[in-house]
Design a protein around this ligand. Structure first.
Ligand code: NAP
Ligand code: F7E
Length: 337
């Protein structure tokens, strides 16, 4: 019998890649989907299985991280071997506009899930999607020993979720781990995160659909990796003998400006002719520099990233150009795999 996993946030960037990975390993994958008035399953449509399918290996359930009782019922029904908590209000800028909602879903949501595991009595392992945003203003390089100093409601909510996960490991002997992941991107990245906003604009400018791209702070430094490689390390963390927390990063730094330059030049465009500044995209408090030291993940999990920032920009630009070409040709557009 293969294992069973539950993924919260299965409709997101990471959830979709993780679902594919686990299915390829023979898992039965259950995903939590929140109710929406329009379709919100685009990233997993290619692996969707109708409810009428016999012995489904991919099953979606309506639930929400704000509904603790639904989580208990879901866990009782599914009895997963592994739980991946990827669900979150994950946009840092938006967290300043919706701080209480972000605290509720991104912070308390993790606690609800841990408590639901206890309440349901299910013996399972849990992965918590922690973030480099927890380091905030603490200077790089950042590793598992680096003190947290979050700079946004999102970062603060993730710190709460991190310590709650550690506490449930210590208090209840749960196999609960934090993956402290640095920024990771892909053609499936949400369109308002800076990398995808840039690569999508490059494709549209190249096709003559828009002239300008408005951005905020170009000086921020980030450590950008490739999302499919980052979901692999989540899985590895839950296969170990002992639960512990890991930083996951490439160790390679780039500014937003450098990502802009790489993306535009890959499409044969001069970024200075198209990029404009809009203060609207600045944050009330910014995280200036995140560069991770993932030595522990290298040593204990044998994990090493292969796609670094320049190649990442090219992968994303190429995918967005293909998507715009498909749109213009009137083809059915699917998110790049
Ligand atoms: P994402 O694309 O924004 O996906 C977030 C997922 O959470 C979506 O499936 C979303 O559903 C779901 N969600 C939002 N509110 C929810 C709620 N109230 N109840 C249940 N589900 C809810 O994020 P991602 O980039 O895949 O990241 C996955 C996780 O890793 C997140 O927790 C994020 O904070 C964390 N993280 C991400 C990065 C990164 O660079 N990508 C780095 C470190 C940590 P909808 O599809 O309906 O919106
Ligand atoms: O911003 C700057 C912005 O929104 C990156 C999330 O996945 O990674 C992500 O958070 C940088 C910031 O990602 C624009 O000020 C400039 O310095 O792509 P981002 P993020 O805030 O780093 C962490 C690890 C997570 O955990 C989060 O969930 O780019 N920037 N101009 C801009 N950012 C955006 N979004 N839009 C702009 O126009």
């Amino acid at each position: 019998m293969g294992k069973t996993a539950l993924i919260t946030g299965v409709t997101g960037q990471d959830g979709s890649y993780l679902a594919e990975l686990l299915l390829s390993k023979g898992y039965t994958v259950h995903g939590l989907v929140r109710r929406s008035s329009s379709f919100n399953t685009e990233r997993v449509d290619h692996i969707y299985q109708d409810p009428q399918t016999a012995n489904r290996s991919f099953v979606l359930h309506h639930a929400d991280l704000s509904d603790g009782v639904a989580l208990v019922n879901l866990l009782r029904d599914i009895r997963p071997d592994e739980v991946y908590n990827l669900g979150a209000q994950s946009h840092v800028r938006v967290s300043f506009d919706a701080p209480l909602y972000t605290g509720d879903v991104t912070g308390l949501g993790a606690l609800r899930l841990l408590e639901a595991i206890r309440a349901s009595g299910v013996d399972t392992r849990i992965y918590q999607a922690s973030s480099s945003e927890m380091f905030g203003s603490t200077p790089p390089p950042q590793n598992e020993q680096t003190p947290f100093h979050p700079r946004s409601p999102y970062g603060a909510a993730k710190v709460f979720a991190y310590w709650t996960t550690v506490n449930y490991r210590e208090a209840y002997d749960m196999f609960a781990v934090n993956g402290i992941l640095f920024n990771h991107e892909s053609p499936r990245r949400g369109e308002t995160f800076v990398t995808r906003k840039i690569t999508r604009a490059v494709a549209r400018i190249k096709a003559g659909l828009q002239d300008h791209l408005y951005l905020g702070n170009l000086d921020a430094v980030r450590d950008w990796g490739y999302a499919p490689e980052y979901v692999d390390v989540m899985w590895r963390m839950l296969q170990q003998d002992e639960p512990t927390d890991y930083v996951v990063a490439t160790g390679v730094a780039a500014t937003v400006r450098e990502f802009v330059e790489s993306s535009f030049s890959h499409a044969g465009l001069d970024w200075t002719e198209h990029v404009r500044y809009d203060a609207k995209y600045e944050r009330p408090s910014e995280v200036d520099a995140l560069i991770g030291d993932a030595s522990k993940a290298h040593d204990l999990l044998g994990w090493k990233p292969s796609v670094l920032v320049a190649e990442l920009a090219q992968i994303m630009v190429d995918a967005d150009i293909r998507q715009v070409e498909d749109q213009l040709a009137g083809a059915t557009v699917r998110i790049d795999r």
